[in-house]
Design a protein around this ligand. Structure first.
Ligand code: TXA
Ligand code: MG
Length: 313
């Protein structure tokens, strides 16, 4: 059975919440990317996420909540967490905090770790669905493992439509890049994945040095495997000139097939990134060539995703 396509109407969101309560898989839009949601407390439902994505079981999932009180029932809260939540929640920031013994989330969610990744999404559709459901929802990006992240309901349908119960169509995602993940289980705080909130913005709130995860630290986030977000086509970065036959992805004032942002606006580029990779991949071109994107602000996260899309597989 193909997935049910639901709208963002109250009636449809109540339906989606009921599917989650029944152990179903429901994809829904957040401001970053579409998530593949399941009730974080039901082992069987969470196991089905891994099955549908074809995801290595050692990769832990982010839990999404509508309210701060729900988050505090899952993790040991801290002053730093409160400052960050005040500044950035709801929004594209995920915090990794010590798991409470009485959290009640499936051990599959944390992949056995004693920490939990939590996030409160800003997209109104996500908030309404989480409120209607009333509990913690585990949700990785709604794509098969290693594929490009989905920023449209159509991407989810194409990739997972035959493996899940429903997709809530809330239109395109505003940010278009996954959340920033910050580890708060030790000192100093550690940037585990660059994303929608920049390192500078985090630093300004925390007034402390933020460590970067080192490649030698092992995989604590799947976006950290070197090859990830991979289109079918090969990806060539920092293209100065295009070769004949290449699908041409540009940034700034260049002649190309699709332009992430003609005016060099990094926010616009982030929002377009995955959609344009999807579109150029669908042309069947052997290679997608991309002109340079500056490594500043959101450009750090954009280049992170691009370099993983280009990595040897
Ligand atoms: O924007 C987002 O974060 C999207 C939307 C749907 O919320 N979700 C997302 O999920 O990107 P996913 O599963 O594709 O990436 C979650 C990341 C993974 O890299 C995972 O390893 C990391 O979060 N993670 C989850 N729990 C963790 C933990 N306890 N410690 C360290 N990393 C953790
Ligand atoms: Mg992902």
């Amino acid at each position: 059975m193909p997935a049910l396509r639901l709208s963002a109407s109250t009636q449809d969101l109540i339906h989606a919440a009921r599917l989650l309560a029944d152990g179903g898989l429901v994809a829904f839009p957040t401001e970053t990317v579409y998530g593949l949601g399941a009730d974080a407390r039901q082992d069987r439902a969470v196991a089905r996420i891994f099955e549908a994505k074809g995801r290595p079981a050692f990769n832990p999932l982010i839990v999404h909540c509508a309210e701060l009180d729900q988050v505090k029932a899952l993790v040991h809260w801290s002053e730093a967490a409160q400052a960050l939540a005040d500044a950035f929640w709801p929004g594209p920031l995920t915090l990794v905090l010590p798991l409470r013994a009485d959290a009640g989330v499936s051990r599959l969610v944390t992949a056995g770790l004693d920490s939990l990744a939590v996030r409160m999404p800003a997209a109104p559709v996500a908030h309404s669905l989480l409120s209607a459901f009333g509990g913690p929802v585990a949700a990785p990006s709604a794509n098969r493992s290693g594929q490009i992240s989905p920023t449209r309901a159509a991407h989810v349908m194409a990739d997972l439509g035959d493996r899940i119960e429903a997709v809530v169509d809330g239109g395109p995602c505003a940010v278009g890049l996954e959340s920033t993940i910050l580890g708060l289980t030790g000192t100093p705080p550690t940037l585990l994945r660059p994303g929608g909130i920049t390192e500078d913005a985090l630093g300004a709130v925390l007034h402390t040095h933020i460590a970067r995860r080192r490649e030698t630290d092992g995989i604590t986030a799947p976006g950290q495997t070197r090859s990830h977000y991979a289109p079918r086509a090969k990806v060539r970065l920092n293209a100065v000139e295009f070769e004949p036959g290449e699908a041409r992805l540009g940034f700034g004032p260049v002649a190309c097939d699709l332009n992430l942002s003609p005016s060099e606006d990094l926010t616009e580029a982030a929002a377009n990134l995955f959609e344009y990779l999807h579109r150029l991949d669908a042309t069947g071109a052997g290679t997608i060539a991309i002109t340079p994107v500056p490594h500043i602000g959101l450009g750090v996260a954009i280049n992170d995703r691009l370099s993983r899309a280009a990595a040897e597989r």
